[in-house]
Design a protein around this ligand. Structure first.
Ligand code: TRH
Length: 365
């Protein structure tokens, strides 16, 4: 894995505007919020984050005020982007402009960008993929049809020919301090409502899409010969969790069946999500941002990839697994089955084999 190669100028006066449209879920704002904070904290850039959905944003950043059009949160200027296409003064245009995932930034903003001297650096931040074509597309220019402006494609990725992955300077140090102070881990888990018995069990965090074969996995874990506690943030895989609990999947709800306890925990702020991953023995993650965070834990994880039409995501999944899990066929099999990319569905066998290999897989992480 490599750290992001995105190295903007570090002059204190550099300004950056990041435009984010929330398509669904939390990944769009999750990535933009993380990037905004890292650029501000580590590169002293003045960041303005334009986002169209403050309600989704608040889920990962509870201190946000959804009623406020302009606010400063954790040193980031947050603007509610409501398709307003007011006139923009040249002084309002940032030195660096990033549009996330090809979201169309306001036409008047672009028009004013074209009048700036020097012109802003304009990037389109794309989605993460381990596929080979990414290397050929990273940094490709695209000329604006109307204005003398060039937009560059920025592809995150896993090799030096791509834009890399977001990793804060002090993350690994923070992680080591956290996991080596048993009281911190226990205090964190206690706050989430875990009992001492659950803390001593094999702990799994669960973040997946609703179509994951979670009920089947629950059935397998019930028969496990070790105690397993599955922590599910509220709102995740609601149906499978409610069926297991035979009650609403609200924070604090839990039920033990066989050797499996399923516990619903609050959806934690993004800052605390790393701690959840660090506190568990195995993490199920999804989409893009939690998938990257899992890679910085030094622990095993299973990825539920964001589904695409015609199973295009299976190709993406294969590309990642081929590049990063060659060592263990059991983790590959498990990940493929979890994503319905394998016809085999002997879940007890899939789990037993994977669990047996987990110590070895862990040592490779
Ligand atoms: O939520 P995701 O599925 O997001 C996305 C979007 O669907 C997006 O459109 C698509 O492009 C992308 O997947 C591939 O998964 P992701 O990317 O992991 O984002 C979740 C964010 O939520 C991440 O920043 C971590 C955060 N989070 C918390 O802050 N607290 C929590 O308790 C949990 C479970 C997650």
């Amino acid at each position: 894995m490599i750290q992001t190669q995105f190295q903007p100028p570090s002059s204190p006066s550099t300004s950056l505007a990041l435009f984010c449209k929330v398509i669904d879920n939390f990944g769009d704002i999750g990535i933009c919020w993380r990037l905004a904070r890292q650029l501000s904290n580590e590169h002293q850039i003045t960041v303005t984050l334009w986002v169209d959905d403050l309600i989704s944003f608040k889920k990962i950043c509870p201190e946000l005020d959804v009623e406020t059009e302009r606010q400063i949160v954790q040193h980031i200027h947050v603007r509610h982007w409501r398709n307003q296409d007011a006139y923009f003064e040249i002084t309002e245009i940032a030195d660096i402009v990033i549009e996330f995932f090809g979201c169309d930034i306001p036409p008047n903003y672009i028009a004013t960008m074209s009048k700036c001297q020097p012109k802003p650096v304009w990037l389109n931040l794309e989605g993460l993929s381990a596929e080979e074509w990414v290397e050929g597309c990273h940094t490709l220019p695209s000329s604006h049809p109307q204005y003398p402006l060039t937009k560059y494609f920025f592809f995150p990725g896993f090799t030096h020919q791509t834009g890399g992955l977001l990793l804060e300077n002090n993350l690994i140090k923070e992680r080591e301090q956290f996991v080596h102070a048993a009281t911190q881990v226990n205090d964190f888990l206690k706050q989430l409502g875990l009992t001492p018995e659950e803390m001593n069990s094999f702990k799994v965090s669960m973040f997946c899409y609703p179509h994951a074969p979670l009920s089947t996995l629950f059935d397998t874990w019930k028969q496990s010969n070790e105690a397993i506690t599955c922590l599910v943030p509220t709102g995740v895989a609601n149906e499978a969790v409610s069926v297991f609990l035979e009650s609403d999947a609200i924070p604090g709800a839990s039920r033990k069946r066989g050797n499996l306890t399923v516990r619903v925990i609050p959806f934690v702020p993004q800052n605390a999500y790393d701690k959840l991953l660090w506190s568990c023995d195995l993490n199920f993650v999804r989409g893009e941002d939690s998938f990257v965070r899992a890679q910085w834990t030094g622990k095993a994880f299973i990825w539920h990839i964001y589904p695409q039409d015609e199973n295009l995501h299976h190709k993406k999944l294969q590309a990642f697994l081929n590049a990063h899990t060659a060592e263990s066929t059991s983790s590959k099999r498990f990940a493929l089955a979890w994503n319905a990319a394998l016809t085999e569905s002997d879940w007890p066998d899939l789990w037993l084999t994977y669990r047996k290999d987990l110590t070895e897989i862990q040592s490779l992480s």
